[in-house]
Structure formats: C-alpha cells, structure tokens
Ligand binder design. Sequence first.
Ligand code: DQA
Length: 148
Amino acid sequence: MIIDVLHGPNLNLLGAREPQIYGNTTLAAIDASLRALGDELSFEVNCRQSNHEGQLVDWIQDAFARHVDGLVINPAGYSHTSVALRDALAVLRCPVIEVHLSNVFAREPFRHHSCVSPIATGVISGLGAEGYRLAIRAIAQQVRTHGG
Ligand code: DQA
C-alpha cells in the first residue's frame, strides 16, 4: 500500500518561513513523522517537494502510473491558480486529500478559492502539520473500508 505526499512551492522553507503562520517545524521533520506513521499503518509513504508546477504535474502522473492508494497534496500557492494541477489530480482514481497548514479561510480573500478543492476527496486546512497525519489516517481508513 502506497501513499504519495506532495508539497508545493515554498514549503521547503518551513521552519524559517513566516513561522507565526506556518509554525517552527521543518519539512524534513514533517516528512519523517509521516514516514513513521506510514510504518505504523503498514503504508509506504513517499514525500516530495517542488517549487515548480510542471514537476508537481509529473509527480501526480507518476502516482497515477504507479497506481498509488492515495495522494496527499499541499499545493501551496498553486492551490489558488493552477488549472494544470487540478487537471492532473482529476485523472487519479484514488483518494486525494488537499492539506493546508494554515486556515486559508481566515486569511486574505485570494486564498479562499482553491482550483483543487472541487476534485479533492477531502480538504484539511488550519491544523498545522497534524493535517498531513490526519490525511494519511483518512486514506488508510478508506483503503481498508473500500479496498482502495
Ligand atoms: C498554504 C496556504 C497557501 O495559501 C500558501 O500559498 C502556502 C501554504 C498552507 O499550507 O497553509 O504556501 O498552502
């Protein structure tokens, strides 16, 4: 059982980037905790980050080709702009969960719209790094209930 986790632009700077909004935890620490959760749940968890829209599209297509059991994505700034990411995600048959560390609805109006949300299975926003862990648990639950 495989879950891919994709992090979009600027999330490589977590820990240093606007800590009052995104917290002090680094991306490396988040990814390590997600892999440990994967071990606990008997899922392989693959985490990747890119600042480039096309690279994220390629990784989504790679997830489709590998028949992953679920995909967790924080599209970051591309959430609000990217038809290309939405189209790539719409091809997937597995659960897709959109995660935001911050509560985007409590922030600037341009963050209230996501191109990705309408095709996501679920959306988690405002729970910090715990949001990724909840997303992985939700996918594991769905796969066990519906057989993937
Ligand atoms: C974010 C929210 C986005 O609006 C922002 O552009 C990000 C991070 C979040 O995790 O809260 O880069 O996706």
